[in-house]
Design a protein around this ligand. Structure first.
Ligand code: FUC
Length: 737
């Protein structure tokens, strides 16, 4: 049996890369070490813990994180104080520092991150032969592993240090380095590294570990805190050290090859679940390192394989920073080398945390969505308390301020429809998975409670229609009643509630009540220049390029406005969206290009949102231009999305938006290739994308026309399918899901 596995696995992985035929299609690679952490570091992560790999030759610094290392007080409700106390911030955990004795003149340096397997590799040649380094963050074994191999025997000598970014002292004994400490907020943290060597010797000096004449070194790192996602437990659980020791001992007992194989198996099951092929890049361009390819792309080259890599990278980053049982991906995923990161590297809920998950269901990473569900449920109780304090002691339900942390903390500025937007995520998880148990136990109670919040809060206008009071089209308008963003979010919440209750066939009276509230909501309006209004008053400026497209929520990720069901509103949305990209008002006659989106509209996350909006509005060309805009203006050499500073919402979001160009499932139908640009049309395919209703879809096209497809679900079902310009009814095939 073992022998079969040994044979089958390499063949399996060879097949995995065979289609690509070029590592550059599945890997980011460079000919130099990273110049800077933020622009050049390559991220690995197992959902809970991660590291940035800088690839230094003589000095290799591995900066690492664990997603629960936060400062700040429990259940904070107030100003955005991001030091030791108050709201706090997501913190740097520490660094592993390897200093090699030998000064090398190095050639053939190559540093890469394979986003299909989650393997990071460095190789170069020097006096010690061909040096190889490899690293991965194992989810199944809960350790990060770093391996250093010299080409010739005994050529590795130097020192290893472990440094805590929170001030804990490092102890070194035998083959182990370790630190443990307590943050001012009483959060306990610890990290331990165990080192195995082949050849030579290791010894302890000056709180470092000295290695002499080794042929290989393998370092196993685990870091944890005693964070527990439980308000009633004061957000603290058991001491982290015993868990760290147990996990490290288990990993130590396995061979490197076993750890590596188990890691690759775990990651490829997720990365391989969905693929896209949108065209072929000329060989000369494909042969370039990633940073040079990105530069060429920014100069105007067509590089569909780089766009595919960006799609894969967003999925890789989610797999690496959001796994069941852990916390959701924050503004920086989980990679952070600062104790005072921008916006505390927190959870911002007026676009950012939502966008982090736009790819989760559609690109077949539903399990990676789970941390967001758990977070919503865990934070609800402190949010209820803060909501009652802000909105009255008798308020039912809850909402949140824009910035949230992991200890029930609400920081900067109330975002009144935040919880309605969160409710969309629990609903979508059900809509894509058809997991009835989840719907009943988790999604439904969240949806109902937030409906109650709005039932109490909506304000009647003299004509009897209802408005959300005191809203704020995020970060744009002044506070006022009935801003369209809020109206649309409440509509979406009510619709999601109604569909959930209907599916469960419960609470019929409340269903009727919510339906009548939804019916009375003050509707979307078309303004004087044909735009979809952002506010009740018709005062939108056609030359305004504000970054938020909050009033287009109803188009995406909402579902109130669609080309087929509300074509007039969809047309108005097109005008609004053109104006946000500098293609209306005084520039109405100029061509629509990535360059016309300027200033505040060039952000990490603006392009993906607009890309998905154009996709929903059936404009493939413009959606493609949004991908070009992101890659041209807001992507760093390591392909991190750059707000600036770097902020990963753009990476997650663009994968979700690209999926939306290829497959849509709203407005009562599944649509194949709803919005692809001319550049993708020649031929292409996708496999494993997901549609609402529990469907998995594969598709192949040629000259912009679908030539074959398969739609699978756990039991065959009738579907309305929009394909090659026609709407027809088909049956899904039975899958094993
Ligand atoms: C929202 C956005 C900003 C930034 C911040 C983290 O407030 O308006 O552009 O992304 O989140």
């Amino acid at each position: 049996m073992k022998r079969i596995t040994a044979l089958v696995l390499p063949v399996f992985f060879a097949c995995l890369f065979a289609k690509a035929g070029n590592e550059g299609d599945v890997a980011l690679w460079y000919e130099k070490p990273a110049a800077k952490w933020e622009t050049g570091g390559l991220p690995i992560g197992n959902g809970r813990m991660g590291a940035m790999m800088l690839g230094g030759v003589e000095k290799d610094v591995i900066q690492f994180n664990e997603q629960s290392l936060w400062s700040g007080d429990n259940n904070w409700d107030g100003a955005y104080e991001t030091g030791d106390h108050g709201f706090g911030a997501y913190r740097n955990f520490g660094e592993l520092r390897l200093l090699f004795d030998r000064k090398l003149s190095v050639h053939d340096y190559r540093r890469s991150l394979n986003v299909a397997t989650g393997l990071y590799q460095v190789s170069f040649s020097g006096a010690g032969g061909h040096y190889r380094r490899e690293a991965f963050a194992s989810h199944p074994d809960q350790v990060m592993v770093f391996r250093y191999v010299a080409g010739k025997e005994g050529k590795l000598s130097g020192r290893i240090g472990l440094w805590s970014a929170q001030g804990a002292a490092t102890q070194v004994t035998g083959n182990t380095l370790q630190f443990a400490g307590i943050m001012p907020n009483q959060l306990r943290y610890a990290a331990r590294v165990m080192i195995r060597h082949e050849g030579g010797s290791i010894a302890v000096t000056d709180s470092q570990l000295v290695f002499t004449n080794c042929t290989s070194l393998t370092l196993y790192l685990n870091a944890r805190t005693n964070y527990k996602p439980d308000y009633n437990a004061g957000w603290r659980g058991a001491d982290p050290l015993p868990v760290i020791e147990r996990e490290l001992a288990a990993a130590w007992a396995k061979t490197y090859a076993q750890l590596r194989t188990d890691h690759i198996k775990d990651v490829t099951a997720l990365t391989g679940a969905a693929r896209i092929d949108i065209g072929a890049t000329p060989a000369a361009l494909r042969a370039l390192p990633t940073d040079m390819r990105r530069d060429q792309y920014a100069e105007g080259s067509a590089d569909p394989d780089l766009e595919e890599l960006l799609f894969r990278y967003g999925r890789y980053l989610l797999i690496s920073s959001s796994r069941p049982g852990g916390l959701p991906a924050n503004l920086q995923g989980l990679w952070n080398h600062s104790n005072n990161p921008p916006w505390a590297s927190d959870y911002h809920n007026n676009i950012n945390i939502q966008m982090n998950y736009w790819l989760a269901e559609t690109t077949n990473l539903s399990a990676c969505h789970q941390p967001l569900m758990d977070y919503i449920v865990a934070q609800a109780e402190p949010c209820r308390i803060a909501t009652r304090k802000a909105f009255g002691a008798h308020t039912r339900g809850w909402t949140a301020r824009t910035s949230q942390n992991i200890f029930g903390g609400n920081g900067w500025e109330w975002n009144i429809p935040a919880s309605a937007w969160y409710a969309q995520h629990v609903y979508e998880h059900w809509a894509f998975t058809m997991d009835r148990a989840f719907l009943k136990s988790t999604a439904y109670p969240v949806l109902k409670e937030i409906c109650q919040y709005w039932e109490d809060r909506l304000k009647p206008l003299p004509d009897g229609s209802l408005v959300a009071p005191n809203g704020w089209s995020p970060e744009h308008g002044p506070r006022e009643d009935g801003v369209m963003h809020d109206q649309q979010l409440v509509w979406d919440l009510f619709q999601n509630y109604r569909d959930a209750a209907k599916a469960l066939d419960i609470d019929r009276d409340y269903q009727a009540k919510v339906a009548s509230l939804q019916h009375r909501l003050a509707p979307n309006k078309i303004g004087k220049w044909g735009q979809l209004q952002e506010w009740q008053e018709d005062r939108d400026d056609p030359d305004d390029q504000h970054r938020h497209t909050s009033h287009l929520f109803a188009v995406y990720p909402g579902r109130q406005i669609s080309l087929t069901r509300t074509p007039e509103l969809a047309r108005a949305a097109i005008i609004s969206l053109r104006s946000r990209s500098g293609n209306y008002g005084k520039n109405a006659d100029k061509p629509f290009t990535a360059a016309s989106t300027v200033g505040d509209s060039r952000r990490s996350w603006t392009w993906p949102w607009r890309c998905a909006l154009w996709a929903r509005l059936g404009e493939g060309e413009k959606a493609g231009i949004m991908i070009r805009g992101l890659l041209t203006y807001n992507i760093l050499p390591n392909l991190f999305a750059n707000h600036p500073p770097f902020q990963l919402d753009g990476n997650f979001g663009i994968s979700g938006a690209m999926a939306e160009m290829l497959l849509q499932s709203h407005a009562g139908e599944i649509s194949l290739l709803p919005a692809i640009p001319a550049a993708w049309k020649a031929s292409g395919s996708f496999t494993g994308l997901r549609a609402r209703g529990g469907f998995t879809v594969d598709c192949k096209w040629h000259n912009g026309k679908v030539i074959s497809y398969q739609i699978r679900s756990s039991r065959p079902q009738k579907i309305k399918l929009r394909i090659n310009g026609r709407l027809k009814e088909v049956m899904s095939a039975k899958s094993g899901r």
